[in-house]
Design a protein around this ligand. Structure first.
Ligand SMILES: Cc1ncc(COP(=O)(O)O)c(C=O)c1O
Length: 379
């Protein structure tokens, strides 16, 4: 008997119907609007976000950059972001000259800590960007009220939380703007893709202009004007319509995809509780107010050495358990683009966290292999 196949960390979500949808986009594109599928995607994204206008864009990074442009972020402004996040949350604002201020995270949910944000607010703060880590939100009402008190905008980097909710309200509708990712690792994916959700009227018109290379092309397309021209800053943020055609079938069955993830997530959670407690390993917790998208199942080890040993053990058993973010306040980029801050909890989580395989199509048999291997690791 040969070795059983490895359990990969990630297999990109694929239903099988994407190819037919892309074929339709190819066959019908000359006769239809060049954004036919993108518009269908945008209608769906908008309806999920309470009717807020939605833009299908090339990536979450691009949507964050659009947010920085919409806010008119400029040198001298500060933008507060969690230290425990992907680089895009910070770099999109640094690109427009903002100084990044890394805040620490909440120990329970690993999301931005309102206490840390409150300490870092300054007269130069222009925006706060929060991340719903693993698809779980935290303390959104506090963050909204903190931002309101200081007159700054809250942006949701909702790369993980598409379809989730907090206190019954969809993630992505709490901030002035929110951003989505449909890259290959996300619950719904088209290889590369993203979304910008515009929750405040003051940004609606300009979002079209910035996305459309700084032109009023949107008004032209809706028939409001007879020709379009250059009027503002901007760039081309639009993916090919084929990407939208790929994504659309997944959007249509998103609840089924999310349900499967929830089942797999819960299976890990039920199986690993007593073992984790005995080994001093922390498991994720979903607060009562949160409706999670179950994007990540993580384990938090007490330190880098324990994590290393666990990863080696799992590797021997054929299971991939990648770590996740580094703590950005300690990065080389931070020394150029950030105001120095202390983020001890982010640093610890970056050292101790691993992710278990979790993807659409993960079988109970594969999960059993992951669970059995984990249970064999004892300190
Ligand atoms: C929290 C967060 N924000 C932004 C991004 C960037 O997304 P994209 O690859 O679509 O630019 C990621 C990617 O994994 C992410 O995890």
């Amino acid at each position: 008997m040969g070795n059983p196949e490895r359990v990969p960390f990630l297999v990109p979500t694929m239903l099988g119907s994407e190819a037919e949808s892309v074929r339709q986009a190819i066959e019908h594109s000359p006769a239809r609007s060049p954004r036919f599928f993108s518009e269908r995607v945008e209608e769906t994204l908008s309806s999920i976000h309470g009717g807020s206008p939605a833009h299908f864009v090339t990536s979450c990074t691009a949507a964050l950059h659009l947010s920085a442009l919409l806010l008119d972020v400029k040198p001298g402004d500060e933008v507060i972001v969690p230290s425990y996040t992907f680089v895009s949350t910070a770099v999109a604002f640094a690109l427009e000259g903002a100084t990044i201020v890394f805040a620490d995270i909440d120990p329970e949910t690993l999301c931005l800590s309102p206490e840390s944000v409150a300490q870092l607010m300054s007269p130069r703060t222009r925006a706060v960007v929060t991340v719903h880590y693993g698809g779980v939100s935290a303390h959104l009402a506090e963050l909204v009220s903190l931002c309101r008190t200081h007159g700054v905008d809250l942006i949701e980097d909702n790369a993980h939380g598409f379809g989730g909710a907090h206190e019954g309200r969809p993630l992505g509708t709490w901030g002035a703007l929110s951003t989505l990712s449909f890259d290959a690792q996300k619950n719904l994916q088209c290889g590369e893709g993203g979304g910008l959700i515009v929750n405040e009227q003051r940004f609606v018109e300009r979002a079209h202009i910035l996305r459309d290379r700084g032109t009023n092309r949107h008004e032209f397309m809706t028939g409001a004007i007879s020709e379009y021209t250059w009027i503002d800053r901007g760039s081309n943020f639009s993916p090919p319509d084929y990407a939208a055609a790929y994504l659309l079938p997944q959007l249509e069955v998103r609840q089924q995809i999310q349900r499967e993830r929830a089942t797999a997530w819960q299976r890990y959670h039920d199986a690993l509780g007593p073992w984790a407690e005995a080994q001093g390993v922390r498991l994720p917790h979903i607060p009562e107010a949160a409706e999670s998208t179950h994007h990540i199942y993580w384990l938090l080890f007490p330190g880098g050495e324990a994590r290393k040993q666990f990863r080696e053990h799992m590797d021997v058993h054929g299971v991939d358990t990648p770590p996740h973010y580094t703590s950005l306040s300690l990065s080389a980029g931070a020394s150029s683009f950030a105001r120095p801050t202390d983020t001890p909890r982010s640093n610890d989580v970056a050292e101790g966290l691993v992710r278990l395989p979790l993807h659409f199509g993960l079988t109970p048999m594969q999960q059993d292999r992951v669970i059995d291997a984990a249970l064999k690791w004892v300190v």
